[in-house]
Design a protein around this ligand. Structure first.
Ligand SMILES: [Zn+2]
Length: 126
């Protein structure tokens, strides 16, 4: 049996364990995960916070290397960034729609209250 290895997603920083490199794929980002330069056992010994910071450091080291290498830099395909952007926009729209509904309710309530007050004002004997 082959040993498990740790792979990380260079886009979102999530990680997973695979025996076969071909399986290392981040479904969320539609990106290939990269092999982390740490043994599976060593990685398991770290706590969640240490794992996260190790991956964050690895990703920023990757980016620094890519910047230094200049033209040979491998920028992630635009489809990934576009997809992420679309997801983000969808989230924003949902938020705004929700906010809008809340505002609509408030406006309706205010109208009702104002009309109620106006009617009551007319009806009152003062
Ligand atoms: Zn990812």
């Amino acid at each position: 049996m082959r040993e498990l290895s740790v792979y990380y997603c260079p886009v979102c920083g999530s990680y997973a364990y695979y025996q076969i490199k071909q399986n290392a794929f981040c479904l969320k980002c539609n990106a290939k995960r990269k092999l982390l330069d740490v043994r599976y056992q060593d990685f398991m010994d770290l706590d969640l916070k240490q794992r996260d910071s190790l991956i964050a450091e690895t990703i920023s080291a990757d980016r620094a290397r890519e910047q230094r290498d200049g033209e040979t830099a491998t920028t992630p395909p635009t489809t990934i960034t576009d997809r992420e952007r679309v997801d983000e926009l969808k989230r924003r729209i949902e938020e705004l729609e929700h906010e809008n509904q809340e505002l609509q309710k408030t406006v309706e309530w205010m109208h009702a209250t104002i009309w109620d007050l106006v009617k009551r004002g007319k009806a009152s004997p003062h």
